[in-house]
Write a protein that binds this ligand. Structure first.
Ligand code: SF4
Length: 285
């Protein structure tokens, strides 16, 4: 049985005190424990941003990659060994900004992995610039007169781009978030878990209290995640009442299921005794 101590690393998180990232880290570890997946069977791939530190603080395989590229690296990891449980982790700037093209293409491929987005509606690591999900009118360092553009709606975008599990949760509700991550991992296909995450240092509008007063769980209104049109409608809800939970879920063949070369046997098992990788290992390890 996997325990919390099995997942701890020697480093301690250095996020700002009160940051929502702590809740996401606890929920992610809790989900791995609940699913009882051995750490050596998990890979966590991140991009750049405060969220990018997650692989440093969960004792599994992991890679802290480059800005916006968590999804292509996570996709390659999964296709190399699709028996691994693969998480991609990023922020709203990382995933919905520079990584937007990867976001759309990973979803339409339906690779069986889970993408957790720390969505704090601001660039935190670079000290408070407008992100793709910053609300219209929001004043930040980069938009002192207010954001002009309409924010990206990741939930609606994911539903229309082919993601087969689309959910939102809240870092301030660790129980809900952990359950959502567990359900996302259990789902066979690409799972998006967009997480409202308070950035206490640079977003003083979308705070813990702001989310807490607004979020409601879709299960309380009898939402049917199999209904795509209703999922779209729920994805448009914003303002005083904002839904969290599973918006949309459908089962379709995964990319791995349809790729003849790996359909039956993971690539890593086919190649392990046929290709000499010692030169590569010498270079990289
Ligand atoms: Fe968290 Fe914001 Fe601090 Fe980054 S800058 S660690 S997102 S509170």
């Amino acid at each position: 049985m996997v325990k919390m101590t099995d997942l701890n690393t020697i480093d301690k998180p250095n996020w700002c005190p009160g940051c929502g990232d702590f809740g996401i880290l606890v929920a992610l570890k809790g989900a791995i424990i609940e699913l009882n997946i051995e750490p050596e069977n998990v890979a966590i791939i991140s991009g750049i941003g405060c969220s990018g530190k997650v692989p440093h603080w969960v004792r599994t395989y992991g890679l802290h990659g480059i800005h916006g590229r968590a999804l292509p690296v996570a996709s390659a990891t999964k296709l190399s060994n699709h028996e691994l449980t693969v998480f991609a982790v990023g922020g709203d700037g990382d995933g919905y900004g520079i990584g937007m093209c990867h976001f759309i293409h990973a979803m339409r491929r339906n690779i069986n992995m889970t993408y957790i987005v720390h969505n704090n509606m601001i660039y935190g690591l670079t000290t408070g610039q407008t992100s793709p999900t910053s609300e219209k009118g929001m004043r930040t360092k980069s938009t002192p007169s207010g954001v002009i553009e309409v924010p990206v709606n990741p939930i609606a975008l994911a539903i229309s781009s082919g993601a087969t599990f689309v959910a939102r949760s809240f870092a301030g509700d660790v129980k809900h978030l952990q359950k959502t991550i567990v359900d996302a991992v259990k789902h066979r296909g690409f799972s998006l878990v967009d997480v409202f995450q308070q950035c206490v240092s640079y977003n003083h509008i979308n705070t813990y209290d702001w989310y807490k007063q607004r979020v409601y769980d879709l299960t309380t209104v009898g939402h049917d995640p199999a209904d795509k049109m209703k999922a779209f409608a729920r994805a448009q809800e914003w303002g005083d009442h904002i839904p969290i939970g599973v918006f949309y879920k459908v089962l379709t063949p995964t990319y791995e299921d349809e790729l003849p070369q790996i359909k039956d046997v993971p690539l890593v098992k086919q190649a392990i005794d046929k290709i000499d990788v010692s030169g590569l290992m010498d270079d990289f390890v």
